[in-house]
Write a protein that binds this ligand. Sequence first.
Ligand SMILES: Cc1cc2nc3c(=O)[nH]c(=O)nc-3n(C[C@H](O)[C@H](O)[C@H](O)COP(=O)(O)OP(=O)(O)OC[C@H]3O[C@@H](n4cnc5c(N)ncnc54)[C@H](O)[C@@H]3O)c2cc1C
Length: 483
Amino acid sequence: MSGLGRRGDALAGLSERSFDVLVVGGGIVGAGVLLEATLRGYRAALVERNDFASGTSSRSSKLVHGGLRYLARGEVGIVRDALRERANLLRRAPSLVRPMPHVFPLRSQVHRLAVRATLTLYDRLGSQPAHTLVSRDEIAARDPDLASLAPFGAARYHEAQADDTRLVFATLVAAVERGAIVANHIAALRRRRWGDRVRTALRDERGGATIEVEARCVVVAVGAHFGDARADFDWRAMALRPAKGIHAVLRVTPRDANVLIRSPRDGRYLNTLPWHGHVLAGTTDTPASREEIDDPRPSAEDVAYVLDAVRPLYPDSDKRVRAAWAGIRPLINAGGATTVGLSREDEIASPEPGVLAVAGGKMTTYQAMARRTMDLVDRNIGRRRASEEAPLDDPLPPSGKRLVSDAPFTRGELEAAARDGMVETLDDLLTQRVGITLVAPDAVREHARDWAKVVAPILGWDESRVARETEDVRTRAARFAPP
Ligand SMILES: Cc1cc2nc3c(=O)[nH]c(=O)nc-3n(C[C@H](O)[C@H](O)[C@H](O)COP(=O)(O)OP(=O)(O)OC[C@H]3O[C@@H](n4cnc5c(N)ncnc54)[C@H](O)[C@@H]3O)c2cc1C
């Protein structure tokens, strides 16, 4: 990983300087706004209360997609925009965003006609390459389990898959390389108007110190935390209907495509994506309670819902759940009884002069959200144009020996992240930078001490720090084990 910089330098930079734009929240939306601000020539900084990408932006289904589901609801504009963003990301971030074939099993003649009509429109709106049909006989010859779900064959079309966490890091790194300052484990507290500026109090969650940072504009991108009653900061600018979604990681041999499976319980479609040599199965969509926003977890019932759907395709999946975790969708409150029916459209609000709040949307459209947010900042504090389009590279390309035999995470990633990734804790390293906790929490619990020792010389950890970090990460990894 090149270039998040040293946290100590970032803290010094935050307290010494006055900024054009201060971004609060280090998920994909905040990272996108920071990069766009930097590309437009603003002096910009970002603070994140926990670790970067530790919220929803590491708990998504990892799809960069137009959203076939939204098309079925008639949300043509949203789908067209998302397909454009998908094409942009495939071009700008080829090491992070890759084409992912999708297989849609067809249940009946009527279903076949309906899916074909939807996919034909999808192709016209920009989804390329165009979809094709595969007959039941062709499927049966290669994949009897899939054939049992596809009595009328299947449609094959294309989306893209991204490592969501690394997309956040790549975006942050691109901003830092262009002069931005970022700091993790820094919570934004109160803010107050000061002449034509906004002063925001920040608390170092590691050291406890509080500093005040001055900016011409503060952009709040705290995702599902808008409306969090326990937040120190008053974020009530945004009316959200937060919705929980969970994934189960199955230790089974993945297919080469995302097979969409219909839940026998309610007819919703679930993904079964190939992911780090495993299958990522999900997701659910249920209203999230306030308690869940800060600490979302899958219930046994959530996992049972996913397993009921995927069992026909992966018959022994009940015994193969290696990890399960949850995230909270920051859905804009557009009324209606269930969260499933809500649009994923985003919203940008200006609750007071010098402050913008941005939420909603999806990972796929984060750059479009960032551009629109910065257009509003431009209007308030100047007019700029982005002088370039930043390419995004995987900050941690795999190198060296594997950490475990059955998942593709490497020792090279571990060491590189410890060197350049603003790592404060072993959990930052294993869960957000390398990402192994989300796939193999069992391996993290088993090997945490060995891996802590590998990075100890780089991070300056002594024996007692290694022991503390190991203990802490084991407890945290246990939360990713299936309930
Ligand atoms: C189950 C699920 C599946 C999804 N699948 C997809 C998909 O396949 N494709 C897709 O495009 N989208 C998907 N999404 C949507 C996408 O993940 C989200 O829209 C996106 O990650 C939201 O990013 P964010 O930056 O707004 O929020 P977050 O990632 O939650 O970031 C907000 C950050 O703000 C920080 N914060 C809060 N308060 C403070 C404070 N006081 N000071 C400093 N920092 C603070 C938090 O710690 C957090 O890290 C999915 C979402 C879910 C839940």
